[in-house]
Design a protein around this ligand. Structure first.
Ligand SMILES: [Mn+2]
Length: 376
């Protein structure tokens, strides 16, 4: 079982992982020249273009009409996939970009790249988005609510970092692309193949292709407080009995029938607090929620190196007294700690990783397609 991660990873340069997490993660940007030395893109521009035609792939085409007098005043057009197969014939020579989500879940060679980011929890990783751009192409000055590593895969891209932005930052009102109306350049770099830029949430950034260029965005998921509250309360409310009700024995006498006494608010708060404070239910729900997959189907051409977690699967675990509570693709099950750890590390399972008690779970996981079983 390869569960121990090295403390220094090549793609962080000479920086120890602990230092990156302490000083940069969620805080400030980091440029790592030749994070992936001699990097060669594992997928071609043609393969990316082909994905944009497929119905089950999430893709977008962005075309920019630049304003020669003002780089902030371009006109923007966005089209969601699947695209028509003749769409590429009608494209201008420059200023367009194609964005494909979750390419790691389609191409095992791209999924392999994620193994270099396992120092960040699996359940925080979202997907690898690939953008392919003609010279001048980009998605304009914007910010995201999540961390991203931008790995330059082919060609060169000019990146500008801007200011910290938030939900109140003014956006262009003539497009739904969430483009900032203001951008104060705080740093700018040209990235070449193998270079990588880490950008924390909320930091404005603006990437422009200098030539035909491919960039991999390793993105993370960060659920909004609104989603956490809505989704968890939805999940627990399903288990609540209809006779669990607001009660008010001995309520304080009041002169006006319209008065809502402070004690009633206190009681409502107490009911909600006690429901939300159920740590066991929260843990169970959180594991399922954070492992819900983006795509629902396994890929066809997974490498056959044994029984292991399928590339599209998401897995996480919580240690328990008996072993572990394992979450795969939004489902949860009990198993041994060794099995949970082996599955979550995406490596081929060794017989020593599971016990007799784990057999039923393994068989179910194979039947569901969560694990690939293509041994020899
Ligand atoms: Mn971005």
């Amino acid at each position: 079982m390869t569960n121990t991660l090295p403390t220094t990873l090549t793609h962080l340069g000479t920086m120890p992982v602990a230092e990156f997490i302490r000083d940069y993660w969620q805080q400030k940007p980091l440029l790592i020249r030749q994070a992936f030395p001699d990097f060669q893109t594992p997928i071609s521009a043609e393969e990316i273009a082909g994905l944009a035609l497929e119905e089950e792939v999430e893709s977008r085409l962005v075309v920019e009409e630049p304003d020669p007098n003002n780089p902030m005043a371009s006109a923007w057009r966005m089209e969601h996939g699947p695209l028509d197969d003749n769409v590429f014939d009608g494209l201008p020579a420059s200023h367009w970009t194609l964005l494909i989500q979750a390419v790691d879940q389609i191409f095992p060679t791209v999924h392999k790249l994620l193994n270099r980011f396992r120092f960040i929890p699996n359940w925080r990783l979202d997907d690898v988005m690939v953008s392919y751009a003609a010279a001048g192409g980009g998605v304009g000055p914007h910010f995201d609510y999540y961390d991203v590593f931008l790995l330059q895969a082919e060609g060169r891209r000019h990146w500008r970092l801007g200011q910290m932005a938030n939900a109140t930052s003014p956006l262009r009102d003539d497009t739904d692309m969430k483009i900032l109306t203001e951008f104060e350049t705080s740093a700018d770099w040209v990235l070449e193949p193998g270079d990588m830029l880490y950008i924390p949430p909320n930091l404005a950034h603006w990437g422009v292709a200098l030539d035909n260029c491919m960039t991999f965005s390793i993105g993370f998921r960060a659920p909004s407080h609104s989603d956490l509250l809505l989704e968890f309360s939805q999940a627990i409310s399903e288990d609540l009995a209809a006779d669990a009700r607001f009660t008010d024995p001995g309520f304080p006498p009041q002169d006006n029938p319209g008065l809502i006494h402070a004690s009633a608010i206190d009681q409502a708060a107490e009911i909600l607090r006690s429901l939300l404070d159920d740590k066991a239910k929260l843990a169970e729900w959180f594991g399922r929620y954070m492992t819900e997959p983006k795509r629902l189907a396994p890929t066809a051409d997974e490498p056959s190196d044994g029984l292991r977690l399928a590339a599209y699967s998401r897995a996480a675990y919580i240690p328990t007294e008996q072993g572990a509570q394992l979450f795969i693709n939004g489902e949860s099950a009990e198993c041994s700690l060794a099995l949970a750890q082996a599955i979550c590390s995406y490596v081929a399972l060794e017989p020593s990783d599971y016990s007799l008690d784990d057999q039923a779970l393994l068989e179910e996981a194979i039947a569901e397609g969560w694990l690939t079983d293509e041994r020899g």
